[in-house]
Write a protein that binds this ligand. Structure first.
Ligand code: GAR
Length: 218
């Protein structure tokens, strides 16, 4: 997004509970937040995220993936719904669909994702379980730009949590989510302020290449 857009238009895509969406809604509702959530899109008609959006008076749309025969058609409809709202930023907040190359290319540099692991560790699913199985002491969350590389686009920021004796995947998920709810609004704000950009595969922060991801410790 060019740094001179005055009030960036944000679309949030979610599939489920929407706790990250809620954290973003709360952040954006602060008077000085430099952007607006103009719509929330879901691929599941019963996602609680839709209720959260409605509660906040935000427009919603559903593109139900079960109604499409293939990924291309689903992504085509999703892209059309996004395009007609002309967003400056698309935020994936627990959006559990793999996006086609065509979709990702069309929105290069305009899509952020949050993933519940310290990427490049544990792309894909069951990240908390896998971190516990591996005997890791540290786990966490990553915010990154979305590229064709699944869960592998350039990282902007990470936050870590300590894995403690007795942690279960569920407990770890809770701890990671607490960090997610802090980290995602910070990164979205940077983007809306025009401080964060993607050039090719390089993250720029304040116009300079970001040498390493921002790191938040709990
Ligand atoms: C979050 O923990 C997010 O990191 C994860 O889904 C959860 C959604 O929670 N995303 C992924 O696994 C993406 N690969 P929420 O619906 O309560 O925000």
């Amino acid at each position: 997004m060019p740094g001179d857009v005055t009030n960036p238009r944000i679309i949030v895509l979610a599939s489920g509970n929407g706790s990250n969406l809620q954290a973003l809604i709360d952040a954006v509702s602060a008077r000085d937040f430099p952007g607006d959530i103009v719509a929330v899109g879901c691929n599941r008609p019963r996602a609680f995220a839709l209720e959260r959006a409605a509660q906040a008076g935000i427009e919603t749309f559903v593109v139900d993936h079960t109604e499409y025969d293939n990924r291309e058609d689903f992504d085509g409809m999703l892209k059309a719904e996004i395009d007609r709202r002309a967003p400056d930023l698309v935020v994936l907040a627990g959006f559990m669909r793999i996006l086609t190359t065509e979709f990702v290319r069309a929105f290069h540099g305009l899509v952020l994702n949050i993933h519940p692991s310290l990427l490049p560790k544990y792309p894909g699913l069951k990240t908390h379980f896998r971190a516990l199985e591996a005997g890791d002491k540290i786990h966490g969350v990553t915010v990154h730009f979305v590229t064709e590389d699944l869960d592998g686009g350039p990282t902007v920021a990470q936050a870590e949590v300590e894995i403690e004796e007795g942690d279960t995947p569920e407990r770890l998920a809770e701890k990671v989510q607490q960090q997610e709810h802090v980290l995602y609004p910070i990164v979205v704000r940077w983007f809306c302020e025009g401080r964060l950009q993607l050039h090719g595969n390089q993250v720029l922060f304040d116009g300079e290449p970001l040498p390493k991801p921002f790191y938040l410790t709990d």
